[in-house]
Design a protein around this ligand. Structure first.
Ligand SMILES: Cc1ncc(COP(=O)(O)O)c(C=O)c1O
Length: 412
């Protein structure tokens, strides 16, 4: 991690607040995830969910590690090509794929996971006009995540997920496509669950294999289980019994190996992790610019803000550390809130920080790699720099946003 004097060096070069990326931890996450499966099954491929954090350097690193881009928009598709992936390495997901984006992906050989009947129609129209192109197609399956008690494990406790085709409708789409000469190559079952438990992935794997056996045995090459896995959690954060990569691999591979359809064919197992690879690889550093007393509370003001560390405003505590300007300051009362640089009451980065937080300390908030940078628009203050250690110094992966960047698309 960083010392306070390194924080000051980065602040001088790139401003404060800033993010620090740890590429070694990312590479270790990638390899540990992949190897947990590869030790148990020979045909494993990792996609990386770009939306989770599409810092281009991270996307490039995924390519160097042998991963595929999993993208859900033209923006991300363009980025995948820009960092050097040929289209045939791209997995194209998402509910909204515009007609020209779909046609480009069909033509260029990306793996396109159709999400709804309107995309099947677009595909059929495309192959009528371009009978010699051979799009590589998957179907996303909507899998019920109710447990034995009937409780839904879908994210936020929603009664059902909104994506993909119901299992009952898969047969019809496979048949229509087969008739048009388009084999379905992939069944895809990503689910965003609230609990990320192993049985969820067993259910996804089994459902996809059952459907492959019933409707597409001769054409399905890939079983894509999606993402949504727990990563390595900082001690004391997240559920104590969170499954490890090995737990997931054991459960998923056992399900696959037991399945009569998969036994004979050994389909490729594809994953699309985001959180599990990137969450613990970014930290956020912010300087304390003031500490004041208000109605018996000590309130610290940071130069960063909560929109950079948890734009979804989740209530889970985040791991943090204080880098003190003066380590000998006697312990004062607990700081009730570390508030942020915007004008929103809800902008607090931490609550109930024990010890003596003082002006000019830096606060480091860890585990901020997932759904932060890609989800925080410019709000009141420019988007902060992202740096990583390189040799004895630091390299900017993104520079502090300027006025010109922030307003480039506006008319004056
Ligand atoms: C289709 C798809 N794949 C993969 C992911 C990555 O999920 P996570 O970042 O939780 O691993 C998502 C996230 O919503 C997704 O929608």
């Amino acid at each position: 991690m960083l010392t306070r004097s390194e924080c000051l060096q980065i602040e001088r070069e790139q401003g404060s607040p800033f993010y620090l990326f740890d590429s070694e931890t990312f590479a270790a996450n990638f390899r540990d995830f992949r190897d947990a499966f590869a030790r148990r099954y020979p045909h494993v491929m990792l996609g990386y969910s770009y939306k989770t954090n599409y810092t281009p350097y991270v996307c490039q690193l995924v390519g160097r590690l042998g991963g595929m881009p999993e993208v859900v928009s033209r923006l991300e598709y363009d980025l995948a090509e820009r960092v050097g992936h040929p289209a045939n390495e791209i997995i194209f997901n998402g509910p909204l794929k515009r007609r020209d984006d779909l046609e480009r992906a069909f033509r260029d050989g990306a793996t396109v996971h159709l999400d709804a009947p309107y995309e099947v129609e677009t595909l059929l129209a495309f192959v009528r006009e371009h009978p010699h192109t051979k799009p590589r197609i998957g179907l996303r399956v909507n899998i019920d995540l109710s447990d034995d008690t009937g409780a839904s494990h879908t994210q936020m406790g929603y009664r059902m997920g909104r994506f993909g085709f119901l299992p009952d409708a898969i047969g019809e789409s496979v048949a229509v496509l087969r008739e048009a000469g388009i084999p379905v190559r992939v069944l895809h079952g990503h689910c965003s669950s609230s609990t990320r438990q192993t049985w969820i992935y067993q259910r996804i794997t089994k459902t996809l294999c059952d459907l492959a056996a019933e409707h597409g045995a001769d054409t399905i090459e890939d079983i894509n289980v999606g993402g949504g896995f727990f990563g390595k959690l900082p001690r004391g954060f997240g559920p104590a019994d969170a499954p490890t990569f090995d737990d997931y691999a054991e459960a998923i591979v056992a399900t696959l190996r037991e399945h009569p359809w998969a036994k004979g064919r050994e389909p490729r197992l594809i994953f699309e992790p985001g959180v599990a690879l990137v969450a613990n690889t970014f930290s956020y550093f912010t300087r304390i610019v003031d500490v004041k007393s208000m109605r018996g509370n000590r309130i610290a003001l940071a130069d960063g803000n909560v929109f950079h560390t948890k734009p979804s405003m989740h209530a889970k505590p985040q791991p943090y550390a204080v880098l003190r300007a003066n380590p000998h300051t006697p312990a004062a009362e607990c700081v009730t809130q570390v508030t942020g640089s915007t004008c929103m009451e809800k902008d607090y980065l931490l609550q109930d920080v024990p010890g003596s937080l003082e002006r000019d300390d830096f606060v480091r908030i860890d585990n901020v790699g997932a759904y932060t940078i890609s989800m925080s628009p410019t709000f009141i203050h420019p988007a902060p720099a992202i740096v990583m250690r390189e040799g004895s110094g630091f390299r900017a992966l993104r520079r502090l946003q300027t006025f010109d960047h922030a307003f480039a698309q506006f008319a004056f």
